[in-house]
Design a binder for this molecule. Sequence first.
Ligand code: ZN
Length: 367
Amino acid sequence: MNNYFVILAAGKSKRFGKNFKQFYKYKNKEIIDHSVEKSLKSKLFKKIVIVSNNARYLKKKKYPKLITIIKGGRERSDSSLNALKFIKKYNPKNVYIHDAARPNFSIKLLKNISKNLKKNKAVVPVVNSRDSIKYKIKNEVFNLNRKNSLLTQTPQAFNFRELYKLAIKEKSKINDEATLFLNQNYKIKFIQGENSNNKITYLDDIKTTKTFHGLGFDVHRLVKNKKLFLGGAKIPFHSGLKGHSDGDVILHAITDAILGALRRKDIGTYFPNIKKYKNIKSPKMLKPVVENLYKSNFSINNLDINLICEQPKVSRYRNKIINSISKLTNLNKDLINLKGKTVEKLGLIGKEKAIACEVIISISKYD
Ligand code: ZN
């Protein structure tokens, strides 16, 4: 296990828009700490070297002993060379070079690199480009075959002596260590990288979507000689729900849940008990609210519904109700869940004189 892991974290984050990208919080951790923790957890390394110009700040983190912090250089290649010179005295067998700006690599990838390193002097993860690439030479633009275009990622791993020899000789500034090997026509073993192992360059790369939740509740009394509507579906039953509208508790609760998630008050604000809305069909109340939701660049993640009643049995009508809600909300059926709840014959609901419903919704905002 004479392997060394180098984390390059001395960049100036010019394109990121904020200073010290490596210390920016991402998934509840500073970006650099994702790499630190994964390299530690892999147990593949004798020493982990962080190249940074913020040693004083990093020391406060009290990393375990096998982590050493050294000073970075002007460019990435200078920092990388600093690290190689530093670890030379330990006579390492292999060295992995990694950019702190790639916090999303997996330990599985590390292990795959390690496995391939047994028979190769250079192992570099690559992915194919998803976009078509053009290549410009002077004023001419050429197409690159996407299938033959490889995007190199880090960690990249090398036999230490080979890499050191090449790094010392190289005078130009290079973007990654694979370049050193390619420039000298040395063989590199390319392995499958990870699409999620993208490099964080711009603040936009890690912008998280904002998610909101909304809660809805409704209850209506059951009365004879009225049709029963649940979730917009007509359900055969001895009674229907009494109300200023058709009394559809499910749609009312969904409407309120959406308004809650949007932080736009409640259903009564938009549909008060006035003559205009007498006997209004509940889909007509839900529709403008759903339209407003989609127009405001929100998407629904899921909808979970508790229908609280003794009768009718939810299991009999579940598909019918979910189909109807799916149509009314434009939401995939597999994102809607409907649970039936009885109340042990207690109270008005238990005596089949009322039906109640509660709903929770999750929505996300996109640009
Ligand atoms: Zn209602």
